[in-house]
Design a protein around this ligand. Structure first.
Ligand SMILES: [Zn+2]
Ligand SMILES: [Zn+2]
Length: 203
């Protein structure tokens, strides 16, 4: 069953909707990586974005289904490392929206659930996008059962990516320019000093 889900930044200036969300049309994962953790601290939203172990819940969707209806002027974007993903958020109240690849083209958006009004660990998120399929980017040794979950999750994601590409072609909405596929905001880069200060908060 799919559902249209409202999106809002915390202060309400940016509003939007995710169309046709369901467990089948999304990929719910957890990410323990340093980039996701320092991003949460960069925004000052660790309590809203990270669980007790420092993991971020993220659900990956076709970006064309993520519509920004109001407050596009508050959209900002940062890269925690020079080669890291583009992390899109609102500069009015530092609400994360989602992460994309550096250029448009590949239809891929990893949404941070707090923009739907829920923390990643809330049961409401499971109701929207199903349970966590696996932990992505896990560095610690994994059991065979955990590895199997990752492979299952990756197979699901590959099927989705293929379908999104076939259905929509080259992706650009809502974060990239249609013709150049470049981001519609210049990504902020983190200074070495800032990066070091953030790294100290990472677990
Ligand atoms: Zn806001
Ligand atoms: Zn991550």
């Amino acid at each position: 069953m799919t559902k249209d889900v409202s999106v809002s930044c915390t202060c309400g200036k940016v509003k939007g909707v995710i169309h046709g969300l369901s467990a089948a049309s999304s990929n719910h994962v957890q990410c323990p990586c340093k980039g996701c953790q320092s991003y949460a601290h960069y925004l000052g939203r660790a309590a809203d974005m990270l669980d007790e172990a420092g993991y971020s819940n993220i659900f990956q969707i076709d970006p064309v289904t993520f519509e920004i209806k109001e407050g596009l002027e508050h959209l900002a974007c940062v890269r925690m490392t020079p080669k890291g993903p583009l992390r899109w958020y609102t500069d009015c109240c530092k609400t994360p929206l989602g992460n994309t690849l550096p250029k448009g083209g590949v239809p891929f958006l990893g949404v941070l659930p707090i923009c739907t009004g829920y923390k990643g660990t809330d049961q409401a998120v499971v109701e929207m996008v199903g349970p966590v399929r696996a932990v992505a980017n896990e560095k610690r040794p994994q059991t065979l059962a955990e590895k199997l979950k990752v492979w299952g999750m990756l197979a699901h994601l590959m099927r989705l990516l293929l379908w999104w590409r076939i259905r929509g072609g080259k992706s650009w909405k809502p974060f990239f320019d249609k013709d150049t596929l470049r981001p519609i905001r210049k990504p902020i880069t983190i200074s070495k000093a800032e990066s070091k200060a953030l790294a100290e908060k990472v677990v």
